[in-house]
Ligand binder design. Sequence first.
Ligand code: ZN
Length: 493
Amino acid sequence: METDRLIIYNTLTRRKEPFVPLHAPHVGMYVCGPTVYGDAHLGHARPAITFDILFRYLKHLGYKVRYVRNITDVGHLEHDADDGEDKIAKKARLEQLEPMEVVQYYLLRYHKAMEALNVLPPSIEPHASGHIIEQIRLVEEILKNGYAYVSQGSVYFDVAKYNKDHHYGILSGRNLDDVLNTTRELDGQEEKHNPADFALWKCAQPEHIMRWPSPWSDGFPGWHCECTAMGRKYLGETFDIHGGGMDLVFPHHECEIAQAVASEGHQMVRYWMHNNMITINGQKMGKSLGNFITLDEFFTGSNKLLAQAYSPMTIRFFILQAHYRSTVDFSNEALQAAEKGLERLMEGIRNLDRIVPAQTTSGIEPAGLREKCYEAMNDDLNTPIVISHLFDATRMINTLVDKKATISAEDLEELKSVFHLFAFDILGLKSDAENNEAREEAFSKVVDMLLEQRMQAKANKDWATSDKIRDNLAALGFEVKDTKDGFTWRLNK
Ligand code: ZN
């Protein structure tokens, strides 16, 4: 019933639209993944979590989702072109490693951080370096259609030519003059017909270690090619959703659109979705600004900007407390508030199990919670509103625990079911592992304490008490063994 009501904001049309997949129940979804030459930071967490929510929700609605998130491991020159050298190749050269050793090292760390954030793995994670043939084919098609030219072994996209037939800037709302005015002087300008042209294939300098043969030169593909080539390979010539951070709208996604249109005559993506950025104390995050905090540093607290360590679930909850199209400003105060809020929510969920149902519901109004949560999710994934509904429900739970209201068995089951669905399955929250460990430790100590009381009872020849403790523990699944100097126990479950 809810499946036809999901509304999402499409960056391409600049409005909210009902989500209607091309081949329901199948949904194809592509999200630009990490460039793996350094540790994941807060800026990586946001798109990963945003599109994890979309992935989870679409699956919950009954769609069969193929979620592709690429690994950029070659040719990423456009962004931090300090010296025009590939970041991975540079790291490999400096540390005398194979480039793939650098990729593997950071990819494993990225996966570990994503798992800690409870981000589900995508269906496919293709590497750019594993799809050179597909990228060469894409470049050949664009050349054949006349929208690219070869210059000194490199291939450039002819933006002016393309703009005559199509609109370059359709996604970012720019026109070619704006683009020309904002284009920075980058590597290879002298080879281009026009400063706005972008590389489809780059001829490698002799010292460049990541290189492949092509019809034009030994070299490597331009960064924008991989997403067009791999999106097409795994999701088809037209697919439903393409996502990423807002910083990718221009030039990356604009170039992807141009490449798709120039090679196959039509756009490849139906809904473009972009998450907004994270700022740190009101400033853009960046290595040069010295306010760059990796996820590992958040989890361990080892960064001078952090007042304490923050658990992965606190980070997740903090991000979900804002709508994905709003900016999020990091500060210690904001994260501490998120930590408290999450704990309050989790406590509410735990308290649900302590409530004994009554004949009727009175003193609270639990009806309609499920519908309200769906309504918020259907409104362009409005997670902060879902969270505020769950907080309202937490207040009801507290009233019930304080015995100031009653709830029927049926209403209680519904409340539990809504909490599990929205908090755990859809928002992907969970009790923190650290909390679980602390809880387990306390729990072990309670069992030890009971068994010490039993030993005391035995010493006092109080067999009734001693047997009662043993029998009660056995009923809960504890196997107790008496030893020479005390006891051992284990839980059989
Ligand atoms: Zn991409």
